[in-house]
Design a binder for this molecule. Structure first.
Ligand SMILES: [Zn+2]
Length: 102
């Protein structure tokens, strides 16, 4: 768990490290060019996404799109919590997410 310093606004957010799709989005949001590790992470993510969605029937794709949009909105509304969860999940490695789909 990151330590939060009282009064230090910048430390309240957990910054996701470069080399992740989330950090790629951060580069883009800031209007700066993404570094190479972030570009690679983003490309890998997009490739994986296309492979996952291409073979899906229409109804399932709509469901996945709605889920993705909901996750992005949730992340935007609770950025610090989302970043903390993201870091936790990264630390867990490549194990499948528990529960909600199978
Ligand atoms: Zn980066």
């Amino acid at each position: 768990m990151p330590t939060l310093l009282a009064g230090d606004v910048m430390s309240r957010r957990v910054l996701v490290p470069c080399g992740t799709d989330t950090a790629y989005s951060r580069h883009r949001r800031r209007g700066e060019p993404a570094c190479e590790p972030c570009q690679l992470a983003h490309k890998a993510k997009m490739r994986e996404y296309r492979q996952r969605t291409r073979s899906r029937p229409e109804g399932e794709r709509a469901d996945a799109n709605a889920r993705g949009r909901a996750q992005r909105r949730l992340a935007a509304e609770h950025p610090a919590r989302f970043a903390a969860l993201y870091v936790e999940e990264l630390a867990r490695g490549t194990a499948a997410p528990g529960g909600d789909r199978s």
